[in-house]
Design a protein around this ligand. Structure first.
Ligand SMILES: C=CC1=C(C)c2cc3[nH]c(cc4nc(cc5[nH]c(cc1n2)c(C)c5CCC(=O)O)C(CCC(=O)O)=C4C)c(C)c3C=C
Ligand SMILES: [Fe+2]
Length: 548
């Protein structure tokens, strides 16, 4: 019942999320910057000369770092680089070539007062970033409860997020009590799920392994960085990662949400949090950074997904007859229709790109995309995974290969929902052969591609000062700060039409919305009554003490 509040008002900001999503230049092929805007005319010129759809990687990126305190260096960069670092000819005469390991290259120049970063493409446009730089990569992810005791507080954090439950302004004060209520009601069911996958989420372990693999891949590409993990709803929290970033005196940061497709509810929420942390901290305000908002269209990622699908198809007796079933995490429909969330468009394009890649390999199986994991009674993106599985069974599909598409790590929604619930449903619905593609995890092609994405974004770090809005829109990358984007997002909220403008009788969307609102008011009233009188269902069920 508590979850009905999800039916309440959702964000209605279109413009900046549309700007992030509607064109390829926006969210998918570029980077955005948060916080300070500075410098940048050279970068703009450079980006304008590039094709509209692809961020061309710097072909030869050389970094020579100076670490202010030599002692920290060992913890910072472990010796992993196999290849000899490439040194740009433009730097010869200024510095000696670095040594063959990341570690040694740091040490060698630790006496120098400057660090240099350049690339052929930058050099071609006479861009040379000079400074005493320490580069960090911040991986953002959702986080998950590590034990069953963590489940309810994890859910509380999740439902406290205004990008997950958007309350009307007048009810903002109620966000946390409501989150407490919903998390308490949902916790038993969630705990069952986590218990069935070993008593907790593997998300932290996998994300940390991905971070280490990425660090190594970057090191092998002669880009020594430190990689941090910042989770939105559980440890290691984004705030903890930021603390570490400050302690390490990182000067340039690449922010990489581990969601291939952008959604307000995932990457958007994490960026909003990051923006608020940045805004309040003098060190962070001055730290140059870049965000890679989504990367579902990257060749390496698409190829890695196609590899996994191709491999799994081969396990079927008649691979060509298998229905490829892409299952993405859903979001409430209103996110897309009213708030301008690019998630659905990016998801559809991503599926098309993977199928195109498979087609190139002679694989032309039938395929479909559906959305899973809906929460609460509001309408989510359709078609729903469960309903689609039943329909496919009814239509006579006998072999089905499930492909989790919005996740890059195994977690409760792949291990429990897909592997157990949907598999059972499929078998009950007449599907005889079931297969599932694993999540990418630390798959080398994928990690290498993420490393390339980071390298490609480096020339944009702190070098995107373009105040002219028109110039920004024409640019290859969605230039601008998240601060600005979020401000636009909030300012638009009041102007957009409310979700329901006309009262309609009958079992309509309008009625559902108003029912949801009425239920919310009723829940509010009951809660206020319970809190003030100390009597009621929640006390009887032992839920209310959790509020304190
Ligand atoms: C692209 C990925 C995700 C989107 C979009 C997303 C939106 C979204 N999620 C909820 C509610 C819940 N999500 C939960 C777990 C969860 N969600 C994602 C990813 C996306 N969520 C992941 C990776 C996980 C699993 C983390 C783990 O522990 O392994 C949960 C908790 C689990 C459960 O109780 O089912 C909830 C609740 C909403 C409401 C939403 C969009 C508004
Ligand atoms: Fe979720």
């Amino acid at each position: 019942m508590g979850i009905e509040v999800l039916a309440l008002s959702l964000p209605s900001p279109a413009s900046q999320w549309e700007r992030l999503s509607s064109s390829h230049q926006a969210s998918t092929r570029g980077v955005i910057e948060m916080g300070n805007l500075e410098l940048g005319s050279t970068t703009l010129a450079q980006s304008k000369s590039l094709p509209a759809r692809v961020v061309r990687p710097p072909t030869c990126l050389t970094q020579i770092f100076n670490h202010p305190s030599g002692g920290e260096m060992d913890a910072w960069v472990r010796p992993c680089c196999r290849k000899k670092p490439l040194i740009s000819k433009y730097l010869r005469g200024y510095l000696d070539p670095p040594s063959s390991s990341c570690k040694r290259s740091f040490k060698r120049y630790s006496s120098s007062s400057e660090a240099l970063m350049t690339s052929k493409s930058q050099a071609a446009s006479s861009t040379l970033i000079v400074g005493n730089e320490k580069v960090g990569v911040l991986l953002l992810n959702l986080g998950g409860p590590e034990t069953l005791e963590d489940v309810q507080p994890f859910l509380f954090n999740l439902f406290s997020d205004p990008d997950i439950i958007r309350l009307p302004r007048m009810f903002w004060f109620f966000q946390k009590p409501l989150a407490q209520f919903i998390s308490a009601v949902r916790a038993p069911k969630s705990k069952e799920g986590y218990a069935s996958i070993g008593g907790g989420s593997p998300l932290r372990q996998i994300t940390e392994a991905q971070a280490e693999a990425l660090r190594k891949a970057l090191c092998n590409k002669n880009v020594p960085v430190k990689v941090y993990v910042g989770m939105r709803y559980w440890h290691p929290f984004t705030e903890e990662a930021i603390q570490q970033i400050k302690q390490d005196r990182i000067t340039k940061l690449v922010v990489l949400p581990l969601y291939p497709q952008f959604s307000i509810s995932t990457s958007g929420s994490s960026l909003r949090l990051l923006e608020s942390i940045f805004r309040e901290d003098e060190y962070l305000v001055n730290m140059q950074h870049t965000v890679i908002p989504s990367w579902y269209q990257r060749e390496g990622y698409i190829k890695a997904m196609a590899n996994l699908i191709e491999k799994e198809l081969r396990t079927f007796d008649s691979p060509e007859k298998v229905m490829i079933f892409f299952s993405a995490h859903g979001v409430p429909l209103a996110y897309v229709e009213e708030a301008g969330d690019p998630y659905k468009a990016e998801m559809e394009e991503c599926v098309d790109l993977i199928m195109e890649e498979l087609e190139k390999r002679g694989i032309t199986n039938p395929y479909t995309l559906a959305y899973q994991s809906r929460v609460g009674p509001v309408e989510w993106l359709k078609p729903y995974t469960d309903e689609t599985i039943v329909e496919l069974g009814q239509k006579g599909v006998k072999s089905l290969l499930a492909v989790p598409i919005s996740f890059v790590s195994e977690h409760i929604e792949t291990l429990e929902e897909i592997d157990v619930e949907y598999k059972e449903l499929a078998l009950r619905s007449g599907i005889e052969r079931w297969g599932r593609v694993p999540a990418l995890g630390c798959e080398p092609t994928f990690i290498s591609d993420l490393a390339d994405a980071v390298i490609e974004s480096l020339p944009y770090v702190g070098a995107m000062a373009v105040s002219n809005l028109e110039a920004r829109q024409q640019s290859l990358v969605p230039l601008g700060s998240v601060e600005e984007l979020l401000a636009a997002y909030d300012s638009k909220r009041g102007e957009l039409p409310p979700p329901v403008t006309v009262w309609e009788w009958g079992w309509t969307k309008s009625a559902e919305t108003w029912n949801g609102r009425a239920a919310m008011v009723a829940v509010l009233a009951l809660l206020v009554l319970e809190v003030t009188t100390g009597e009621g269902f929640l006390h009887q069920w032992g839920i209310l003490p959790l509020f304190r």
